[in-house]
Design a protein around this ligand. Structure first.
Ligand SMILES: [Zn+2]
Length: 267
């Protein structure tokens, strides 16, 4: 109690000294304003432009476009760590949506953060994906969904900056990047990779292939959930999202997401 009172007092003090602005559009007030927050409460299947072979069924809480881009950037690169609350809530929403389509919607979920490179963690002074993972897991548990965060993947070796690389070059660049920490791999749970953003899908594909290698044959596919996904460009043929075994995107019951808080609902 004393801790939460102190935290509230601290937040009020910060608001006095540094009036908060919406991280999406910059208007004074909530950290995500009532116009921007709903942009991260619109779950959809992520559809990278060229579905990489093995791309896991992935749900995003919103499109990586418009005000969502600066909001995620403020959290990731500009140290606005308080955005872990609404962005973590958005991620939880995406996790519930992808779990509903899994064919095993009662299984506990294990959220596996896509590991950030040690250099990026050093540069930022924090691991923002782990922060999101912890927040999303707490949101899910509060909504009655058994969930834990479990960093079973780790980075190894160095990778080149992927800017300017083609899809196949990105994949080659990422091959061997991730290693599975066998001692920490949980059994019997639905594995959901989590990340802030998916763009080409190369990172999620590589991470999912490493994670899936540790699953028993015939088990459910590795799923993924992200805060935001690059929107499908108009005119691009819709890819078939049901390519991953028993995952049934058509069964996603969006109305069942109401138990979760949403980004901005408590802001
Ligand atoms: Zn806004």
């Amino acid at each position: 109690m004393a801790t939460s009172l102190l935290r509230e007092a601290g937040t009020a003090l910060v608001d006095l000294v540094l009036p908060r602005t919406c991280a999406g559009c910059g208007v004074p007030g909530a950290m995500l304003c009532p116009r921007c927050a709903p942009l991260l409460a619109a779950p959809r299947l992520a559809e990278p432009r060229r579905f990489p072979a093995g791309f896991p069924p992935t749900v995003a809480a919103g499109a990586y476009a418009g005000p969502v881009r600066p909001a995620i950037n403020a959290f990731k690169e500009q140290g606005r760590a308080e955005l872990a609350a609404p962005l973590g809530a958005a991620l939880a929403l995406a996790v519930v949506a992808v779990r509903l389509g899994s064919g095993a919607p009662a299984r506990p979920v294990v959220l596996v953060p896509v590991p950030t490179s040690p250099a990026a963690v050093r540069a930022r002074g924090r691991d923002h994906v782990r922060e999101l993972t912890a927040r999303a897991a707490a949101e899910l548990r509060a909504a009655g969904v058994p969930a834990t965060g479990c960093p079973t993947l780790r980075r190894r070796g160095r990778i080149r900056d992927s800017a300017g690389l083609s899809a196949s070059q990105r994949r080659a660049n990422l091959a061997g990047t991730f290693a599975l920490d066998a001692h920490r791999r949980p059994a019997g749970a639905l594995l959901v990779l989590v990340d802030d953003v998916v763009t080409t899908g190369a990172t999620l594909t590589e991470a999912a292939s490493v994670l899936a290698a540790g699953l028993p044959p015939g088990d459910l596919p590795v799923l993924a959930a992200v805060v935001a996904a690059t929107p499908r460009s108009p005119g691009t043929p819709r890819a078939d999202p049901v390519r991953a075994g028993r995952y049934r995107a058509g069964n996603v019951l969006w109305d069942d997401l109401d138990r979760l808080s949403r980004p901005g609902r408590r802001d």
